[in-house]
Ligand binder design. Sequence first.
Ligand code: SF4
Length: 293
Amino acid sequence: MRYRRGDNGNVLFATERCNSFCLMCSQPPRQIEDDWRIEQLCALAELVDKDEPSIAISGGEPTLLGEGLPRIVERCADSLPHTHVHVLSNGRLFGEGVYAQSFRALHPSLTWGIPLYGDHHRLHDYVVQSQGAFAQTIRGLYALHAAGQRIEIRVVLVKPTVERLLDLARYMYRNLPFVEHVAFMGIEPIGFAKANHPALWIDPADMASSLADAVEFLTRRGLSVSIYNLPLCALPESLWQFARRSISNWKQDYLPACANCGVKDQCGGFFGWVTPDWTSRAIRPIETGIRHA
Ligand code: SF4
């Protein structure tokens, strides 16, 4: 568990195991037996401050804990009924049996962050390096919706996904109209991402028009959209309203160029371990009052 009182990045770490092998995984999985975490996390949930605004449950893939995951969420409901609980899952196991139903009405403020990287199976399955994952995730999303769950779709902006971003936005609008929020996310340059840089990296300056088109398509149709992990100067100003200071405090940093920037207070900056390979050529301080091109 990573817990710091009042922090925006508190996480209950569910398991090191995963059933996907994503090209940009920031937490490379290990196939080890770690079900011991279930009891530990249930106990830890009782130690978290009762007024903590939010906590995430992440991994690895938390659903690999099976019935252990609803137990942890239930313990959060008992100990932290006013804390928002956000579970990050690839969603692949919810389509099987009645698993999704075990989360029905389990916590008063529970949401799921589920990634989708393409509008067709070949693209999504390639990014997560797992054949059949797209079909399983789509089935899982419908099962979660049928179980009354609140869903956020998370789209990490890797190059092959950006190349079909508007197609993905159209797919989400037509097939997943029940999602509550869509988050477009810059890559965290750590873990597997470092080894797969050539396949993944697209400068945010070069994705601006695809990103703007996808955001406009979704927002015009009433979907709620955010952009995470991308610095303001790498985005067209029309997208600033969607950019969030999303990087957890303990991971977040700025570059020397940011020292004299007029919008530093609003900008989420960078992951602390960013390198020049993962830095947009568009980074430059913004003079307050000067419009961004
Ligand atoms: S220069 Fe300003 S806008 Fe660009 S990354 Fe730094 S703080 Fe953000």
